[in-house]
Design a protein around this ligand. Structure first.
Ligand code: NAI
Length: 326
């Protein structure tokens, strides 16, 4: 049996946590031969609820679950962690402006970044899910200067999966017959879901759908899917978010297929003219635990305009919390 990996999860008593922890413990993230130790972080008032979740984890008698710890201290939860899933965040309260939300989360993610820097394994892989995810990832990464910047990512995989589902449904194909979808930019309504490279059963997706569907249906549906789910369910997407977390980590660790890629928000190195120093979603290929931006794709005017809009929003978010960056 392999040695267990340590997986820290924040916001573990929340909705996404409840859909996610059981799947990790069942071996869906790291494989059926990889034991895991879960190191769960919550705010103090949620520790009691978290104890209930831990009881349920125990009651599943998962053979791969080698241990569970709980804490309200990031420095304890992140100790020696190989993987850190930053899900807990402050939700937008009534009357709260976007800037207030950014600032409230900046405080949380600064502190968690410092704790990662001090306590986590040097080869830790971090995924930020809590919103505003891209800018929170920037704050975490900047507060953890001794960990390589490539170890930090933010999640746009749910958007990627949503885009695949919409295109599959429109073209009557199955999701696994689609390749090379892209989400560019921010995990927000300015994101750009791009089918210009996508194929459906080996044929260019662009030739299978009309422009009107693309601009008036597909793009806004994917951009606003989160809001549609809140309207319908009264709560934000949780099971699909947990599923996307599993997909993101599996792709990062186990790699992407030869003929496909995934969308990951990573620290821009200037690829495709996107400003350096923003966490921007790019098409990425993964292998052997590393990721690489897919280079050399042709970007037309239509795409460029939309990429610039989402880049602009990320630059504004960064501007709003700039004074809090080290
Ligand atoms: P939730 O409100 O059900 O759970 C969040 C949990 O985080 C709560 O239990 C809360 O006590 C905890 N928490 C708050 N501050 C914390 C801190 N400083 N340290 C540790 N835990 C803390 O929310 P849910 O539905 O689980 O969503 C979590 C986050 O994920 C939200 O910010 C949501 O907007 C975001 N999200 C992101 C998606 C993406 O695609 N990137 C998709 C869906 C949700």
């Amino acid at each position: 049996m392999k040695a267990p990996v340590r997986v820290a999860v924040t916001g573990a008593a929340g909705q996404i946590g409840y859909s996610l922890l059981f799947r990790i413990a069942a071996g869906e993230m790291f494989g059926k031969d990889q034991p895991v130790i879960l190191q769960l972080l919550e705010i103090t008032p949620a520790l009691e609820v978290l104890e209930g979740v831990v009881m349920e984890l125990e009651d599943c008698a998962f053979p791969l679950l080698a241990g569970v710890t709980t804490s309200d201290q990031a420095k304890i939860a992140f100790r020696d962690a190989h993987f850190i899933l930053l899900i807990g965040a402050k939700p937008r309260g009534p009357g709260m402006e976007r800037r207030d939300l950014l600032e409230a989360n900046a405080a949380i993610f600064s502190q968690q970044g410092k704790a990662i820097d001090a306590m986590a394994s040097r080869s830790v892989r971090v995924l930020v899910v809590g919103n505003p995810a891209n800018t929170n990832a920037l704050i975490v990464q900047r507060n953890a200067p001794t960990i390589a910047p490539r170890r930090f990512t933010a999640m746009t995989r749910l958007d990627h999966n949503r885009a695949l589902a919409q295109l599959a449904s429109k073209t009557g194909a199955r999701v696994n017959e689609l390749r090379q979808m892209i989400i560019w930019g921010n995990h927000s309504s300015t994101q750009y879901p791009d089918i210009s490279q996508a194929t459906v059963k080996g044929r260019r997706a662009n030739g299978l759908v009309d422009r009107q569907w693309l601009t008036q249906d597909f793009i806004p549906t994917v951009q606003q899917r989160g809001a549609a789910i809140i309207r319908a369910r009264g709560q934000s997407s949780a099971a699909s978010a947990a599923n996307a977390i599993i997909d993101h980590m599996r792709s990062w660790i186990l790699g992407t297929p030869e003929d496909d890629w995934v969308s990951m928000a990573i620290l821009s190195d200037g690829s495709y003219g996107i400003a350096e120093g923003l966490f921007f979603s790019f098409p990425c290929r993964c292998s052997a635990g590393n990721y690489q931006v897919v280079e050399g794709l042709e970007i037309d005017e239509f795409s460029r305009t939309r990429m610039l809009a989402t880049e602009q929003e990320l630059a504004e978010e960064r501007g709003a919390i700039k004074h809090l960056l080290p």
